[in-house]
Ligand binder design. Structure first.
Ligand code: UD1
Ligand code: CA
Length: 459
């Protein structure tokens, strides 16, 4: 990019219209705070220095932005309007000179190409200010673009201050601008808060610049969806729907089948290979899904990597897990952080796994809890098997070596190691380690009294 400006995100506002204890820019759209969407865009444009104006919920906003290296913050102590927010960056920006690109923390659907176009236009036009506009069927709530007879932008009127005639204008201010830094702060010094909201409006800068014969350019974005400002929960839902549609379309075009795409939610950070099938009700976040994997309805997959040809059956939940090729999980399985399934592993219904490895071809098909365990190759864990990994103070490890058969309704009280090829009979409570190829039975002795059932029931 030619201009290499600074990028400033305004994110100090309270977001009154959200009616929330959470700062507005931390409300999530497709599992990610609004601000992250804006910062992802900012960081995708090379050679920009990026800063954020924080104020309301400052600590939380700073903390939520920790993953963005080199990010700078400016503090707006009192939320007195967008012009005042920009002023908080004055000392820094005036040292930088050049141009600044200003984004809003609540306008999250902008495309990188559109921002690059804005910067190109700003430069080609040698503008002092470029302001992004679009036409809306319902412009209510947005600032309206005022143009003169020559169709030049001459000002912006906020909704609250507009005359009935001005409110009919369909061209709105998207809240995205590029300014020459020196001219911006010169104009900012001249604005007042004599308006309906008693705020210092950044939008007032436009009129001042025009009056002083500085070049102001309106850059019309043809796709109004991009400029949606999220002021309330209705717009939040609308934005999520638009983003969902964009992401889903991208995956479908890449060869992913979505059965009921309106009911599939994939975040912006997941990678999905061709011939994957994803069914309705599924949510996928920060995950990588290999070729020809099937994810059935109402599953949730988070921070996980799935290999090729994997099947995740209905209603399964996976977090920070690694699933090897051709493994089958579910229905209704719960894989908690640190679950690693190697190749062709089978995890059946109502099985919970935590911090455990299953090597190739092992199975836990029904109703089990496996925590802090290392399961060898071709191990069969019967129905209702439980690792007793927690003694109330510490977690302990269970090691089950290759080829072990564990009968149903067995428990292993960790720490314990079961040698390869052993056979654990049903109902066993194993408390001590056993060597390879052992047969282990521990269960109460059976008492049978023929004919006693009737007598017992009579009582
Ligand atoms: C603003 C514009 C409006 C435009 C709309 C586009 C002004 C005066 N109005 O209105 O013309 O159509 O965006 O979405 O600029 N903020 C601060 N400090 C403050 C106030 C706001 O940092 O004191 C931040 C907010 O966190 C938000 C952004 O600035 O990210 C915009 O503020 P908001 O209150 O949402 O402005 P709008 O009423 O939407
Ligand atoms: Ca807004």
């Amino acid at each position: 990019m030619i201009l290499t400006p600074h990028l400033l995100v305004l994110a100090a506002g309270r977001g009154r219209r959200m009616k929330s204890a959470i700062p507005k820019v931390l409300h999530e759209v497709l599992f990610q705070p609004m601000l992250h969407h804006v910062l992802d865009l900012a960081y995708a444009i090379p050679n920009l220095s990026v800063s954020v104006v924080v104020g309301h919920g400052e600590e939380e906003v700073r903390k939520a932005s920790e993953g963005y290296s080199g990010l700078q913050f400016f503090q707006q102590t009192e939320q007195r309007g967008t012009a005042d927010a920009v002023k908080s960056s004055q000392v820094f920006l005036e040292k930088q000179k050049g141009h600044v690109l200003i984004l809003s923390g609540d306008v999250i659907l902008l495309r990188k190409t559109s921002i690059e176009n804005l910067l190109k236009t700003h430069e080609a036009e040698k503008a002092i200010c470029s302001v992004v506009t679009t036409h809306l069927k319902n412009p209510t709530g947005y600032g309206r673009i005022l143009r003169n007879a020559k169709c030049e932008v001459v000002g912006i009127r906020e909704e609250a201050d507009g005359s009935p005639e001005e409110k009919k204008i369909s061209e709105i201010n998207a809240g995205i601008y590029c300014f020459q830094i020196a001219a911006l702060f010169e104009a900012l010094a001249k604005i007042s808060n004599q308006n309906q909201q008693g705020e210092f409006y950044l939008t007032d800068v436009i009129e001042i610049l025009v009056r002083e014969n500085k070049k102001v350019v309106g850059v019309l974005f043809p796709d109004a969806e991009e400029t949606l400002g999220i002021n309330d929960r209705v717009a939040l839902a609308e934005a999520e729907k638009i983003l969902q549609k964009r992401i889903n379309q991208f995956h479908m075009e890449n060869g992913v089948t979505l059965r009921g795409p309106n009911e599939v939610w994939i975040d912006t950070h997941s990678e999905i290979a061709p011939d994957v099938i994803i069914e309705a009700g599924t949510r996928i976040k920060k995950s990588k899904i290999g070729k020809a994997t099937l994810i059935e309805s109402h599953s949730r997959i988070e921070s996980s990597t799935l290999g090729e040809g994997v099947t995740i059956k209905d209603g399964s939940v996976l977090k920070e897990s690694l699933i090897g090729n051709n493994s089958v999980v579910g229905p209704y399985a719960h894989l908690r952080p640190g679950s690693i399934l190697q190749l062709g592993v089978k995890i059946g219904n109502f099985v919970e796994i935590k911090k455990s490895v299953f090597k190739d071809g092992s199975k836990a098909s029904h109703l089990s809890y496996i925590g802090d365990a290392e399961i060898g190759r071709s191990v069969n864990l019967g129905c209702g098997f439980i690792t007793c990994n927690y003694d109330g103070v510490k977690k302990h490890k269970t090691i089950i070596e290759d080829g072990v058969f564990v009968g149903s309704d067995s428990q292993m009280v960790a720490p314990v190691t079961v040698g390869a090829g052993s056979y654990i009979a049903s109902g066993t409570t194993l408390t001590r380690s056993v060597p390879c190829e052992s047969l282990v039975i521990s269960r109460g002795k059976q008492i049978t009294k023929p004919g006693y059932a009737k007598r017992f029931l009579k009582k």
